[in-house]
Design a protein around this ligand. Structure first.
Ligand code: FAD
Length: 402
């Protein structure tokens, strides 16, 4: 297709996952014209279908972003589960930290929401917008950066021109590759096993997380009484656990949970995800910005990966709304990068430190981490600070998250 028949928009977003769709909603509300590209056709959601094992602990800060784009009411109408307590404990010495929404006079600590519910609700919220061009299932074939615009050539030869191209296309981002932005990825040599389970004792609307030397086990509450698990184990153990029959797997899981919620039985198929920490060397370059996992991937132990991505989307949208300049200019985009790079790096270091501290079997490290957990549990200002950060309620949160 020739450039004359190119479609011209303000912003091309590659990736219609949870983060790309959040950004699309924020930008289309500002009146920007968009092209959204994804290699997959959007999935559908039906409230009678069983709960999906892939869930996100949506922070109150992210909830505010979804409210701003009218997607939260649709998530509520589908299904969401509020949790008002989070208990984190060490399998070796049973040191514990207990976070409660009432500690900070908040209604809840967040909501457990299926990824599919988030994605389909964000998709629905875009339906009334007339300034969006969809290209699915399509991938990009080439990217050409020009002085005053960018050209994106799709694999069906369609050419799109825009002021800005955003890579929201996940960990293996093709936009990042076309932009030649270096990306460093470290494997934890662990897999996250996800599944839905039924516990003998009620989950008490609490997110439970037990740190074992092999990795953390999270049991996240669902409002049908079941829990969604994320069980991080090393690659070898993951393979062994995946080969076990349902009953044997449930027994191993019950043991790993320290019987805290009694016996556990399996309610769904199991799936595994490789656990990595990844960071793009830069989040921007002239006419290109990266958001979400395309820019940074995290260990899921603190449930922060997607929440960081939603904040990326909110800050990028805020920066673009506030400028009178060309939205693809690197001066504008650097404002977004400066606002994001600190938080994502701190979060990544914190995840690395957690994984290292809790996988250690050295007695001084075990003593130190138990001291730290118990101390953090007792010292209210420290505890409240961590809670506000994790809940996306820090003072420097984006305007859309207030
Ligand atoms: C086990 C597990 C549990 C987790 N739990 C939590 C949690 O509780 N809370 C939390 O905040 N985070 C959590 N995370 C992290 C979270 O899932 C990710 O951070 C989040 O999904 C990233 O969203 P994204 O939209 O950036 O990328 P993705 O979800 O990877 O979406 C990328 C999109 O781009 C499309 N795409 C990819 N490549 C191309 C291409 N070449 N061309 C066109 N389209 C393309 C894909 O089809 C997809 O739609 C967890 C992660 C794991 C593995």
């Amino acid at each position: 297709m020739s450039k004359e028949s190119a479609i011209n928009v303000d912003v091309v977003i590659v990736g219609a996952g949870m983060v790309g769709l959040t950004l699309a909603n924020l930008l289309s509300k500002q009146g920007k014209s968009l092209a959204i590209i994804d290699r997959n056709i959007p999935q559908e959601f039906d409230t009678t279908q069983p709960y999906d094992a892939r869930v996100t602990a949506v922070s109150p800060g992210s909830q505010a972003i979804f409210e701003h784009v009218n997607a939260w009411s649709s998530m509520q109408a589908k299904r969401i589960t509020p949790f008002n307590r989070m208990v984190v404990w060490d399998a070796v010495e049973d040191a514990k930290i207990n976070f409660s929404a009432s500690d900070i006079q908040h209604e809840n600590l967040g909501h457990i929401v299926e990824n599919l519910v988030i994605q389909t609700s964000l998709h629905e919220a875009l339906q009334p917008q007339t300034n969006i061009n969809w290209f699915v299932p399509v991938v990009i074939g080439n990217v050409l950066t020009r002085e005053d615009h960018i050209e994106v050539v799709l694999d069906n030869d369609q050419v799109l021109t825009a002021k800005l191209l955003v890579g929201a296309d996940g960990r293996r981002s093709s936009v990042r590759k076309f932009a030649n932005i270096n990306y460093s990825e470290k494997s934890y040599q662990q897999q996250g096993i996800v599944a839905r389970v039924q516990t003998e004792h009620p989950h008490e609307d609490t997110a439970w997380q037990r740190f074992l030397s092999t990795g953390p086990l999270a049991l996240l509450p669902l409002n049908n009484g079941e829990c969604s698990i994320v069980w991080s184990v090393n690659d070898e153990e993951a393979n062994e656990l995946m080969e076990l029959g349902e009953h044997e797997f449930a027994q191993a899981l019950t043991k790993a949970s320290g019987l805290h919620l009694g016996n556990i039985s399996l309610c769904s198929k199991r799936a595994t995800f490789p656990l990595v920490s990844g960071q793009a060397e830069s989040m921007v370059q002239p006419r290109i910005a990266l958001v979400g996992d395309a820019a940074h991937a995290l260990h899921p132990l603190a449930g922060q990966g997607a929440n960081l991505g939603f904040t990326d989307a909110a800050i990028l949208a805020e920066v673009l709304a506030q400028t009178e300049r060309d939205i693809g200019s690197v001066k504008v985009l650097r404002k977004y990068e400066r606002a994001r790079v600190g938080e994502t790096q701190v979060m990544q270091r914190a995840m690395d430190a957690f994984v290292a501290a809790f996988s250690s079997t050295s007695t001084p490290v075990i003593t130190a981490r138990n001291y730290a957990l118990n101390a953090a549990n007792r010292i209210q200002p420290i505890k409240k600070y961590f809670m506000k950060q994790a809940m996306g309620l820090s003072k420097n949160r984006p305007g859309f998250a207030r």
